[in-house]
Design a protein around this ligand. Structure first.
Ligand SMILES: Cc1cc2nc3c(=O)[nH]c(=O)nc-3n(C[C@H](O)[C@H](O)[C@H](O)COP(=O)(O)OP(=O)(O)OC[C@H]3O[C@@H](n4cnc5c(N)ncnc54)[C@H](O)[C@@H]3O)c2cc1C
Length: 394
């Protein structure tokens, strides 16, 4: 039985483990967290609509349901030349036929970033955001700034949607509590038109939402630093803030940056359409794949790293490994599946955002959108735990 080593227990890694296990491969998955974190529904932790534990599930339960081996440890280094992976515990993994790298991305490091919290970083930060929001609700007034940044070396490593969602959710809570008029809410971003990659219609609608909800917009100025109670921009102008939630752009993972794998300028692993890492066969002793946020995604100027793309890449790689073992040449690529797809929640409803190479639209879904997203969260958890069947393609 072929041995496949998968590094990372997020959307990409777990999906690859599940689909390869179905094909009876001997799978070992390494994750530094012992739980799977459903990032898209974590936006409800700060508003107390969801508990942290409901947004996670134990990887051991998924392991039991699907039958893969699990190692909870930190990947310290990958050497393609020596065909080995070293873990923080000192353990060396070198007995595998295929390697799948799915460690996600690191984040850009801005000056004073410790004065901010992010909904897209360490999952535990969602609890700190919750405490900060509680504190401001207790105080009944304040200035809250939400924003996200870009990576000039890889435009696809941007994540703005969760910033919009969390801001709308917090606005909704403050409104329900009748204290919204005492708050100043601002959305800031260094780019002139944040959210434009969702498409022109979505961009216009976001502007409408901001105006309707009395949320100030501060766009087009590069960020110099984050201070305790303000954000300083390139022209030394300041934005006062009692609490700053900032999503730094993704950056290449430290493990890939220190490896001998081919990287783009931002440190993301270069792959072909089939997620294969193309490295000289003289030093390669097995196939290496990179999937999800850790990989360089090429395509259109609007493309963004997303969870459903990570899962498509994982399923493709599982399919391609089987095909190659059978000696078949028909492989599946990720490129044709590139799109932006998200249900952007606001606490009481949501908007369905979609963009591919042919069309881009945003469809408001009052009330039902919120429950659709909640339903997806439940589906995500229980289908990965093998308790409910998978819907094809989801
Ligand atoms: C708040 C939020 C909302 C989002 N909403 C959407 C959405 O609506 N739709 C959508 O498609 N996408 C969404 N995304 C994006 C989506 O979550 C990511 O694209 C997806 O998580 C990428 O999956 P991944 O497996 O590549 O990386 P990750 O999910 O980051 O998983 C990486 C895994 O590797 C582990 N790991 C990292 N380093 C090491 C190491 N050194 N050793 C061992 N293990 C390690 C981590 O613990 C983690 O388990 C959202 C993201 C966030 C943060």
């Amino acid at each position: 039985m072929k041995k496949v080593l998968i590094l990372g227990g997020g959307f990409a890694g777990v999906e690859a483990a599940i689909f390869l296990k179905k094909e009876n491969y001997d799978i070992t998955l390494v994750s530094n967290r012992d739980y799977f974190y459903i990032y898209p529904t974590s936006i409800w932790i700060p508003t107390r609509e969801s508990k942290f534990e409901n947004i996670c599930f134990d990887l051991k339960d998924s392991q039991k349901a699907h039958g893969f081996n699990l190692i909870v440890d930190e990947v310290q280094s990958i050497s393609a030349a020596d065909a080995k992976v070293t873990l923080s515990s000192g353990k060396i993994l070198n007995e595998y036929d295929e390697l799948i790298i799915a460690l996600g991305s690191s984040k850009m490091k801005h000056k004073g970033i410790d004065n901010t919290l992010s909904i897209c970083g360490d999952p535990k930060q969602s609890l700190l955001i919750r405490d900060k929001v509680d504190e401001l609700i207790e105080k009944k007034s304040g200035k809250i700034c939400f924003g996200f940044g870009g990576n000039p070396n890889d435009m696809s490593a941007v994540r703005g949607g969760p910033g919009f969602e969390l801001l709308f959710n917090i606005q909704n809570v403050l409104k329900k509590k009748g204290i919204i008029d005492n708050f100043e809410l601002t959305f800031f971003a260094p780019m002139a038109e944040p959210g434009k990659r969702m498409g022109p219609q979505a961009f216009k609608m976001m502007d409408k939402f901001f105006k309707m909800l009395n949320i100030k917009q501060h766009f087009g100025k590069k960020i110099k630093s984050f201070e305790k109670n303000s954000i300083v921009f390139e022209d030394n102008s300041e934005l006062e803030s009692d609490f700053t939630m900032f999503i730094p752009a993704g950056d290449g993972h430290e493990v890939s940056k220190s490896s001998d794998l081919p990287l783009n300028a931002a440190g993301f692993i270069k792959i072909n359409d089939f997620s294969e890492v193309e490295i000289q066969s003289t030093i390669r002793r097995h196939s290496i794949y990179a999937i999800g946020d850790i990989a360089e995604i090429k395509g259109y100027d609007w493309v963004a790293k997303q969870g459903h793309i990570a899962e498509v890449m994982a399923r493709n790689v599982a399919f391609n490994i089987v095909q190659k073992q059978k000696g078949l040449s028909e492989l599946r690529g990720y490129h044709e599946h590139l799109n932006i797809l998200c249900v952007m929640d606001n606490g009481s409803g949501a908007s369905f955002v979609f963009r591919n190479k042919k069309r881009a639209f945003m469809l408001p879904m009052p009330i039902v959108g919120h429950w659709l997203k909640k339903g997806w969260g439940v589906y995500c958890k229980y289908s990965k735990l093998g308790k409910i069947p998978r819907i094809p393609g989801m």
